[in-house]
Design a protein around this ligand. Structure first.
Ligand SMILES: [Zn+2]
Ligand SMILES: [Zn+2]
Length: 274
């Protein structure tokens, strides 16, 4: 890995056209990332089995070997300009633990995001899940299903966009923390003990949320519980959003007391002073 002369700037949550919801070629994302000053860029394309999203295939998957080959060739081509990482965003659900573990073992990933996009096999994006539960229940079940999805080992680096449900049903912000605190404690305790972390995902701003995912309550709780591992990602599916809210989010993390942000190389954390 080259030490680049430019000031460190990371984006560890991006998608290109290996994901069904992006049509941007990998190289276009890389060139745009270099332009805006990103030094460390991870592609985290989607594998989401039983995603159950209308108008999309049931399973989101792609040619992961071709992706790896592209990543390796881009790493070489752009090594003087940017550090590129092979990542993956895996959709977790309790019944997928073994299957996801196999997928993650299949290639040489640097970084894996574990994200809960579908709850009780109903997708959040098209709000099917919310039709079946009142607000308190919906939030409780979301975290319970996430906790269940982490009970057996699966090699991942961070939990993706905690409180994702707010993007699709912002009113759930009114559900008081006391209704889901216990279960989030269990989740944070487990990931902290396992040396895993969370991400700060700027995508919420594009959903008119005026916050990242997760928001302040969970970030502060994670810090209070001595969580140290935190990555920054835009969740960009096109060049326009690469690195979004980066500076603001570094400041935000500092204001909460975080001293470092984290990148991952071959699934091992590397800490960068904020
Ligand atoms: Zn996601
Ligand atoms: Zn994503």
């Amino acid at each position: 890995m080259h030490t680049l002369k430019r000031k460190f700037m990371m984006d560890f949550h991006t998608h290109c056209n290996y994901s069904p919801d992006s049509d941007t070629p990998m190289e276009d994302m890389i060139m745009a990332a270099i332009q805006i000053g990103i030094t460390d860029l991870a592609f985290t394309d989607h594998v989401d089995i039983d995603a159950d999203i209308d108008n999309y295939p049931q399973d989101w998957d792609f040619d992961r070997n071709a992706f790896e080959k592209d990543i390796f060739s881009m790493q070489e081509k752009y090594q003087e300009k940017i550090n590129i990482y092979q990542g993956l965003e895996v959709g977790v659900q309790p019944h997928l633990i073994e299957k996801n573990a196999e997928i993650v073992k299949g290639n040489q990933y640097d970084f894996v995001i574990a994200s809960l996009h579908s709850v009780e096999k109903r997708d959040l994006y098209h709000k099917k899940f919310f039709e079946h539960h009142n607000d308190i229940e919906a939030v409780q079940i979301y975290y319970t299903e996430l906790e269940k999805s982490l009970r057996k080992p699966m090699d991942f680096s961070v939990l993706g966009h905690l409180d994702l449900y707010l993007r699709y049903k912002p009113e759930l912000k009114n559900v008081a923390a006391k209704h889901y605190d216990d279960i989030v404690h269990v989740i944070f305790k487990k990931i902290i003990e396992d040396g895993k972390g969370i991400e700060l995902n700027a995508g919420g701003f594009r959903y008119g949320l005026n916050q990242n995912n997760p928001g302040m309550t969970l970030l502060k709780l994670y810090k209070e519980m001595k969580g140290e591992v935190i990555t920054l990602g835009s969740d960009a599916h096109s060049p326009k959003y690469l690195g979004s809210n980066y500076k603001e989010n570094c400041e935000l993390l500092k204001s909460i007391g975080f001293k470092y942000v984290t990148t991952f190389k071959k699934m091992k954390p590397v800490f960068h002073k904020l």
